[in-house]
Ligand binder design. Structure first.
Ligand SMILES: NC(=O)c1ccc[n+]([C@@H]2O[C@H](COP(=O)([O-])OP(=O)(O)OC[C@H]3O[C@@H](n4cnc5c(N)ncnc54)[C@H](OP(=O)(O)O)[C@@H]3O)[C@@H](O)[C@H]2O)c1
Length: 277
């Protein structure tokens, strides 16, 4: 992995473990199970309130810290010059490291006033507090503005991405800008796994619906973060492979997004959730 390439394009990190909404013992147990299965990318955030439990789980795991890609995200309330640095220090302390592998801005300003947050993010990398930096929930216009402003590579834009939501226009723009996407709600919180087309493809391919769903995401060149508390589901998710599906099967899944337009993180849950236009 070169110093500038996105770590999310490294095959070791394309299948990630998301930690929301876990905390305490359930998080530690699930994270230990994920690490034992081979997960090496871990996603947390200041807003999840679970960075200390993530830190504790990593301290008590036999897996070498330097084999991991640990990502955290700065909460919107901390994207100002006064609160950014103490919040980052607190995250690093909770996660028990002096440098975070990947630091993201969790939510953009809905009006697109992200210049100060992006400036602070870049400075965090320049100060050596973050190895890679990126964004989350940025619309096409915001991605364009971010890539114009930042002088450092954008490791990812982490967005809601699964077969039941058409994000092809965001993916095309991200591709043009050279910003890798990473997926959250990758199995649509379980809903994708009972979608009839996905179930049918799973049967014909001899795969589980989770493998089909997440293999489709990998085939799109998108790394995923999926959360599960159950070793069986963690294993099913980790079995996803970019080359598991035929072009015809991928095309059938491609058609589902526009058909469902099923969004999990929308304005009813997060008032500042972006319009994916
Ligand atoms: N950047 C952002 O704004 C943002 C927003 C949301 C999430 N995220 C990140 O992305 C991660 C993943 O998103 P998410 O947790 O919201 O959604 P998700 O991964 O799509 O769904 C998690 C849910 O799906 C179930 N599940 C997972 N794999 C399964 C399988 N193979 N079979 C059956 N059920 C399965 C889990 O239940 P069981 O425990 O029963 O398996 C859990 O209830 C989060 O943990 C967080 O780190 C980021």
């Amino acid at each position: 992995m070169s110093a500038t390439a996105s770590p999310y394009q490294d095959p070791a990190f394309v299948r990630g473990f998301g930690t929301f909404p876990l905390d305490g013992e359930p998080l530690i147990e699930a994270l230990h199970a994920a690490l034992a299965l081979g997960y090496r990318a871990i996603d947390t955030a200041q807003m999840y309130g679970n960075e200390a439990a993530v830190g504790q789980a990593l301290r008590t795991s036999p897996v070498a810290r330097d084999s991991l890609l640990l990502t955290t995200k700065i909460a919107p309330a901390n994207t100002n010059a006064r609160d950014f640095w103490p919040s980052l220090e607190a995250s690093l302390k909770a996660l028990d490291c002096s440098q975070i592998d990947c630091l993201l801005l969790h939510w953009p300003d809905p009006q697109g006033n992200n210049a100060e947050a992006l400036r602070l993010l870049q400075e965090a990398q320049q100060r050596g507090l973050a190895r890679h930096v990126g964004i989350s929930n940025y619309t096409i216009a915001m991605m364009r503005a971010a890539s114009q402003q930042l002088e450092v590579p954008i490791a990812c834009n982490q967005i809601e991405f699964h077969p039941l939501l058409d994000q092809s226009h965001v993916a095309a723009a991200a591709d043009e800008l050279g910003i890798p996407l990473t997926a959250y709600c990758a199995v649509a919180r379980g809903k994708a796994l009972s979608e009839p087309t996905i179930v049918a493809i799973a049967e014909e391919a001899g795969l589980s619906p989770a493998q089909v769903t997440l293999s489709w995401i990998l085939a799109k060149g998108v790394a995923f973060n999926a959360m599960s508390t159950k070793p069986k589901n963690l294993a099913a998710n980790f079995a996803a492979k970019a080359d598991a599906l035929s072009a015809e099967q991928i095309a059938r899944i491609d058609a589902l997004g526009a058909q469902h337009m099923y969004r999990i993180v929308d304005r009813s849950k997060v008032p500042t959730a972006p319009d994916w236009d």
